[in-house]
Design a protein around this ligand. Structure first.
Ligand code: TYD
Ligand code: MG
Length: 450
């Protein structure tokens, strides 16, 4: 019996189902190549070391809800996390190597100034100390450790009794009882589960750093993302000095919030007015650019949409989009061609969002269409104008969400005209200094824009 409990099973990286033998395609979720070997630890008590009486003890719900969030003092981070870190929650911070995860993690815990255990399995304790010195972190509550075996980490936790535990990174910690290498699916799953159990039982917060794959997903089992309470991604373009922290999952707050930082030699600085950053190098009176007030979570950010339409030199014209969905662009080009007579079939079209931002909001449609048309006509868009609206297949301009915040941000940055959907005009009082034009169709919008 003892032997059968340590029998190898196969685990699907995508759906988390277990199988007794290997399959090329997961029988449950039909994904290919997602199964990997998993040997459960040799011995593990059923009650995790707790007595049965302890296991069945229930806690009152009201006592659970009045926990105070831990603030890092970095407003951008606290907002993205839904107003600070909740004690007893597990947070995953993902991003490409070198993007600044360790720097941010250290800045967060230093700002919180609570008893913290920083397990840096990736860098040595000296390297971490050097980094802390560079960032000016002098907290007495910060304990560092270079341990990478999960059992020892949990033992250190029981000694230090931290309020925050940082594991940098989950790919380097391992459970010796498993046969697989650190970073493998089974190791990440097992260590993730052990950390989760520890944080839920003892009420401390775990911040887990994780690398991402080439495709941009957090490496390891997808279920790591299901397991944790909050998933944060750090993004950024190597060409720029700013970094974007995006929340893609939050059990205790809103998702899609973003925080924006500027990289300096002393660490990450918060960017309190991102619109200014993204519009800093804007050229006015140039054909092919338009300004769109985007909503990133609860915050408006003005971004510049650039388009270039040029004659195709090869058979198939190119379509290239940076920061906007290429399929959405194809649809908008079809609308431009069919409804407005801009023939695109023989032209290459390039669309770029300045500053490496990515936008999925359909409210950007009209600004994209306007930028493309502006480049095609070689005619600049009217000065100091922001453009907002979703474009339908019939060439109609549909109303969008959060119009007031978008217009306020435009006014704050000195824009004087806004072209918005007619559907958003109801009971609308324009902010002081801003003239708004409600439009029903793209044709009508072009009358104001050009
Ligand atoms: P690091 O935090 O180590 O990235 P990650 O943990 O995601 O791999 O940062 C990578 C390098 O960039 C490191 O040498 C420090 C440097 N850096 C700065 O100089 N300033 C900054 O604001 C950040 C974020 C990083
Ligand atoms: Mg790191």
């Amino acid at each position: 019996m003892a032997q059968s409990s340590s029998k190898t099973i196969f685990l699907c990286n995508s759906c988390g189902n277990e199988f007794s033998k290997w399959h090329g395609q997961c029988p449950a979720c039909r994904e290919w190549g997602t199964l990997s070997e998993f040997s459960p630890p040799k011995s593990r008590g059923k009650t995790n070391g707790r007595s049965p009486r302890e296991t069945v003890q229930l806690k009152s719900l009201s006592r659970q809800s009045n926990r105070k969030r831990i603030l890092s003092g970095l407003e951008e981070v606290d907002r993205v996390m839904g107003g600070g870190m909740l004690p007893g929650s597990m947070i995953l911070l993902g991003g490409q190597p070198g993007i600044g995860k360790s720097t941010l993690a250290l800045q967060i815990v230093s700002g919180c100034d609570q008893t913290t255990l920083y397990v840096s399995a990736e860098e040595s304790e000296e390297q971490l100390a050097l980094r802390a010195e560079r960032l000016g972190v002098t907290s007495e509550h910060l304990h560092v450790s270079g341990e990478n075996e999960i059992v020892n980490i949990l033992e250190q936790v029981s000694v230090v009794r931290p309020l925050i535990l940082v594991v940098d990174s989950i790919q380097t910690v391992y459970n010796e009882d498993l046969d697989s290498l650190p970073g493998s699916v089974s190791q990440i799953r097992d260590c993730g589960q052990q950390l989760l159990n520890a944080c839920k039982q003892n009420g401390f917060t775990v911040l887990v750093v994780g690398h991402v794959t080439k495709e941009g997903y957090i490496a390891g089992p997808k279920m790591l993302e299901h397991m944790v309470d909050t998933v944060l991604y750090m993004e950024g373009d190597e060409r720029y000095d700013h970094r974007i922290l995006r929340c893609t999952k939050n059990r205790f707050g809103a998702t899609n919030e973003v925080g924006i930082f500027h990289m300096t030699s002393n660490g990450l600085d918060e960017v309190t007015n991102p619109s200014e950053l993204f519009l800093a190098e804007r050229t006015t009176n140039t054909a092919g650019t338009s300004i769109f007030p985007s909503m990133e979570g609860s915050r408006p950010i003005l971004v510049e949409v650039q388009a270039l339409v040029s004659k195709a030199n090869f058979g198939t014209p190119q379509r290239n989009a940076n920061g906007v969905d290429i399929r959405r662009l194809a649809m908008l080009l079809a609308v431009l061609e069919k409804r407005l007579g801009h023939i695109m079939g023989m032209n290459d079209v390039f669309v770029n969002l300045v500053g490496g931002l990515k936008i999925q909001d359909p409210a950007a449609d009209l600004a994209i269409v306007a930028a493309v048309a502006s480049s095609n006509k070689d005619m600049a868009i009217m000065d100091e104008t922001v453009i907002i609206g979703e474009v339908g297949l019939a060439g109609e301009v549909r109303s969008v969400a959060k119009i007031d915040q978008r217009l306020q941000e435009a006014t704050a940055l000195g824009f004087t005209n806004a072209v918005i959907p007619k559907g958003n005009m109801k009971n609308k009082k324009a902010p002081k200094g801003l003239k708004i034009h409600g439009v029903k169709t793209v044709q009508e919008a072009f009358k104001y824009i050009f």
